[in-house]
Write a protein that binds this ligand. Structure first.
Ligand code: SF4
Length: 224
């Protein structure tokens, strides 16, 4: 198991404005700069991952690290895979200390965007770090709750692979299996020849986070 907690977070005000679809001369540039001044010195994203092996596979069950996961799609993805990399990445608890007054919706929106960008850059760093360290050419990930087929309740067994995650990197699970800090991502990376994204099997319309086109035929293949 390895913890990464020295991410260099390099986000510029202009990038935040772009993320928020605000022109660089927009009146909110001052608010963005002010919040950046508060958040950047304290934000500390963290990640934890481990190298584990697929121990047993059966219909819609996969055993990894002595823990059983239930998902047909995960099982199919890991059919011929030996080594996998369970992981959790977070924007960190430190940024949660910055409080915005309830009425300041734009302030909350901006703060959220900054934390999300820090999470994304740390996730990308972790992805590249694992790929380089373990000489994996291409990896895809699955995340509990991203598909109906892999329930969000499977966060619990995923977290159990690491022990006390809250103590290790500050991420806790709520009773409904949501992660806090909310800007956190958990999943399992696995080597792939062709990239896989859960979005390919997800028919949800107008999802702002869609990363790949829905492919009904591929979904059929996974489920048959
Ligand atoms: S389309 Fe949206 S909801 Fe569906 S898997 Fe992708 S990101 Fe998740």
């Amino acid at each position: 198991m390895e913890i990464l907690n020295q991410f260099s977070v390099d986000i510029k005000s202009e990038q935040v404005m772009e993320r928020l679809h605000l022109g660089k001369d927009n009146k909110y540039i001052g608010v963005v700069q002010e919040l950046m001044g508060e958040i950047m010195p304290v934000i500390r994203p963290k990640a934890i991952y481990d190298v584990m092996f697929v121990e047993h596979i059966d219909k819609d069950k996969v055993d990894i690290g002595g823990v059983q996961f239930t998902s047909r799609v995960l099982r199919v993805n890991l059919d011929k895979i030996g080594r996998v990399f369970p992981y959790i990445v977070t924007s960190g608890t430190e940024a949660e200390e910055i409080k915005i007054s309830d009425g300041d919706l734009m302030g909350k929106f901006i703060l959220d965007a900054i934390k999300e960008m820090a999470l994304e850059s740390s996730s990308y760093y972790l992805y590249e770090y694992i790929k380089n360290k373990y000489k994996v050419e291409n990896m895809s990930a699955m995340n509990p709750g991203s598909l109906e087929d892999w329930s969000i309740s499977e966060q619990k067994p995923l977290f159990s692979l690491f022990g006390d995650v809250e103590k290790l990197i500050g991420v806790r699970l709520s009773d409904s299996f949501l992660m806090f800090p909310i800007k956190s991502v958990s999943g399992i990376y696995f080597p792939t020849e062709s990239s896989f994204a859960s979005c390919q099997l997800c028919p949800r319309e107008k999802c702002p986070n869609r990363r790949a086109k829905f492919d009904p035929e591929l979904k059929e293949k996974y489920m048959s």
